[in-house]
Design a protein. Structure first.
Lengths: 141, 214
């Protein structure tokens, strides 16, 4: 299993992120903004992709996961830039429902929903990269 | 599908599912406990809140609404119907939950209409014509005051109600109370202090009936 641990870690992060986002929207009833939905589209399918890849011991699943991860990561970066006012709000694509910059949760001043999402995507990116490196080392050895 | 990896995955998934379920139970319980506290009563109804119906009515419906919210518009006739179903038994209290761009402005103008004794008519009319002023892709804030003036309200006094900012504090207090009470969507109804979980005629009527039976 040791060769697979980075994918397990990535799966764990995706599970926690999914459960967390569902908790925010379905239990705490915080409305998800448009950008949150785009990030969910990238995050949720990572669970079946990574889980199936691990079960079938198919290393290619890391590639499929990366293809989903990248747009998610880009959206998360963009969302954080908007949220923290680096980009002006007028660029925001949110025209319906809640604004993507409304601050709904601010724990300890820096834990916010967009920042949690970004941390999740970065962690998964790091895991996939670690997996990729260990795989390359293996083939070289 | 024999794989060494399957059991850690099952473990991982179960762990997260159980954690989510536990967090849900804990959160719901803490929310209900908060609602059961005595201080909730004053957060539900403030002395300044617009209210319709007898003050000593056995049932009080507190509606957290946003004049710019489509669901609130859809619920407006239903609320009226339920109140009419129980003549003299229901008091309706309005609190503002300004979630949209022009919600606070609309609320200030509604309070301005209230000063002129036409609150409920103004609320009805703004809901009725909401697509004109509150559409998401083309909000026309200036229409709000125009609509009220067309109803025969005094324009200068309405403008003054907004410009003076004398209603801003109440609206902000409503929003703060709503957040503390767990209002995350509009409309949210509290029937004798209990949050209504489903919207619609039947759930609201059932909640009023249950409160009357108690």
């Amino acid at each position: 299993m040791n060769r697979w641990w980075p994918l397990f870690a990535a799966l764990a992060v995706a599970l926690v992120a999914t459960a967390g986002s569902l908790f925010f929207s379905e239990v705490m009833k915080l409305p998800p903004c448009v950008l949150c939905w785009y990030q969910r589209i990238a995050m949720y399918p990572l669970i079946p992709i990574l889980a199936l890849g691990l079960v079938l011991e198919d290393a290619r699943c890391a590639l499929y996961a990366t293809a989903l991860l990248l747009p998610g990561l880009v959206t998360a970066v963009y969302h954080n830039l908007l949220y923290y006012g680096v980009l002006p709000e007028s660029v925001s694509p949110c025209t319906q429902g809640i604004s993507c910059t409304s601050k709904q949760i601010e724990w300890f001043g820096f834990i916010t929903i967009p920042s949690l999402s970004l941390v999740g995507f970065v962690l998964i990116a790091a895991c996939l990269w670690a997996f990729h490196r260990s795989k390359r080392k293996e083939t070289l050895a | 599908m024999k794989s060494r990896n399957i059991w850690p995955i099952v473990g991982l998934v179960s762990l997260v599912v159980v954690a989510l379920a536990a967090a849900t139970v804990v959160y719901r319980r803490s929310q209900d406990k908060d609602l059961a506290q005595a201080s909730v009563a004053e957060k539900l109804v403030r002395p300044y809140s617009p209210s319709m119906g007898p003050a000593d009515a056995p049932v009080t419906i507190v509606e957290f609404l946003d004049p710019e919210c489509e669901a609130c518009r859809a619920m407006a006739p239903i609320v009226k119907r339920v109140v009419a179903d129980f003549p003299g038994k229901v008091r309706l209290v309005v609190r503002y939950m300004p979630f949209h761009g022009n919600s606070a402005l609309a609320a200030s103008l509604l309070e301005g209409a209230r000063e002129q004794g036409k609150y409920w008519e103004a609320l009805d009319r703004l809901f009725e014509l909401q697509p004109e002023w509150g559409s998401h892709d083309n909000p026309r804030a200036e229409r709000i005051a125009e609509i009220l003036v067309e109803m025969g309200l005094d324009k200068a006094r309405l403008e003054d109600a907004v410009r003076s900012g004398r209603h801003a504090q109440k609206i902000e207090q409503d929003r703060a109370d709503g957040m503390e009470l767990g209002v995350r969507a509009t409309p949210s109804f509290f029937v004798n202090g209990t949050l209504l979980r489903d919207l619609g005629y039947e759930p609201l009527r059932a909640a009023v009936e249950a409160s009357l039976r108690r």
